[in-house]
Design a protein around this ligand. Sequence first.
Ligand SMILES: [Zn+2]
Length: 482
Amino acid sequence: MENLQTNIKKAAKKSLRYLTDNRKQAITALFAVILVFAFMIISYSTHAYSVYYNGSRIAVVRNLQDVTKSFNIVENELGRNYRQDSILVDSSITLEYQKAAAKELTNISDITENIYTAGIKPCVKGTSILVDGTLIATAKSQKDAKEAVEAAKMKQIVIGNNEELISAEVNEKVDFKDEIVEVSQVQDFEGTLTLLTAGMDTGEDYQIKKNDTIWDIAVNRGMSIEALGNANPNVDLESLSVGQTIKISEKEAILSVTYQKKALESEGIPFQTTFVNDSTLYTGEKKVKSPGIEGIKEKTMLYTFLDGKKVSEERTAERVIKEPVNEVVSVGTKPLPVFQPTGKFVMPATGRITALYGDDRGDHMHTGIDIVQWAGSPTGVYAADGGQVIKVVIGGYNGGRGNYLEISHGNGISTMYLHMNTISVKTGQSVDKGQQIGIMGNTGRSYGVHLHFEVHKNGIAVNPNNYFGYIRDNLSVRAKQN
Ligand SMILES: [Zn+2]
């Protein structure tokens, strides 16, 4: 149509030039121009196009700008509906030339209506993200697309306190391609990110809720139960309890990320132990004299992660923050004590039992056993058990005890040996079980050579037979010598 108008103008200019050159010719020319005009006016008045869109006839117009305007109206309306700045509608139309009277022409409002009725595909400019050539998502803009890839990458990266990200890269080839796509294919930022992070192990945990089954948990994430099992090697998936957390590791990630981080970590330095001799402790005894204190060192680690899993680590530096303090252990050098109470007694003398514990002595009860020398039997007296001599009394009547001694065996138990002729041990001395401690005699209230033997428990005389079990009156006994 523009061509047509231009042609008319050109023709008019031409005719004016003819007029100035040659009047006769000019008149002829003018006539010709008028003829052309007349023809054109007639032909222009009926000249029209049928406009087809998506196979439907949407308009009959003389001026195609009416169609363009209508598409613009549709695009603006859609833009408001989709809240998008620019919605583009595929406006490829086909034309069919026809003649039409003015009343047959379609007005803009009807064309607009017809465009909708013919079915439109609202399109928009977007940026497609291709990962190794595969379309993953289309973002609203190049900026959104790049930020979503960056965010997806960062989702795999865990940086803790005292850690620093050194490098991070996506292992796939990621391309961004600007194109015009249907509105429904374009994702907002969150949607783009979701598509990019599908299958990515973001180290997320899942907390078991009531009525959860392992099947549901797996299926809802497109995982196999086996994959869930592999992600939780130390969890019995058959018996999960509410509140328990398990690792969710999904399908293979779309973006594989390798990153390196530097970490400052402290580590204990074990202390050494030194030993010092201590004469106040028995041989074999040990005592911590001063406790050891662990030292601390700070190390710089370089970790490499692939898809959330640590694949290598390297110690790049190390320094001691605090030296350890050695533990000092005292080691006993004192000879072991000779006595070793066994709790079981041996017979302290040889002879015949002539009096038992509990015998009635008129004004008192007999508080021990009497072992009387018999037919020249040996007179040695021996410690009934290992222990320490706690009392030796020699000389004097001593309330009838004569020469006597007492040996402590620990645990509140002691033994007493009365009427001794001689005593061969000293107070404070340790004696072994069965070690000779003297010779029986006839000192104190005694009528013949014999040993009066008592057992005391917490200072009170108890029946010695509790410790022998076989004593009876008139029994011949033999001392068990060491
Ligand atoms: Zn007695």
